[in-house]
Design a binder for this molecule. Sequence first.
Ligand SMILES: [Zn+2]
Length: 196
Amino acid sequence: MKYAGANRLVLRTHSVAFLADAMLGRIARKLRIFGFDTIYIAHAHDDEILKIGIEQDRVILTADKELFKRIVKVGARGVLVSGRASELEDLAYILTNNGITSVGMNGISSRCSVCNGPMEEKTSDQLKNHERNNDDVDYVVVPDRVIACYNQFFQCTTCGKIYWEGGHLKRIRALIRNLDDKLVGRDCTTTNTASY
Ligand SMILES: [Zn+2]
């Protein structure tokens, strides 16, 4: 039985965009899952990270105190991410510093967690046609039993990965619930370039 029409998901977008530096790959992936446009740069000089952050108006996330000092000095947007008890605390700190008071439960990320590509909605019929046409080499095959059970899918327009309601999303919802609990009641008046 398909879940047509019931609990329909929407693509979740946010206005803040991030740039995560080398040590924050896991954080970057989570922010994408929450719907934030987040690029991850593993190998780059600090000058380049600053340049990209400023040019693309991204909040630079770093665990490097020296880089954060430079972010503050040049007036860029940034958050120093380190020294907290858990990844959940780090995420809550980042979001609070950017005025985000809720991630929201009723949507699916507008960004692919693997590559940050934008997602677009697909129906099960479109996936079947897609398989027949075989016009995308990066297409990831969705098992027939999944296509039989769900009507709504989301595909990354960059790498082709396909997402649907299921166990993975249940775990994400639990994470968002915990995070939103932490965000509620926090003081959101801190600036993006708070000193440390
Ligand atoms: Zn992707």
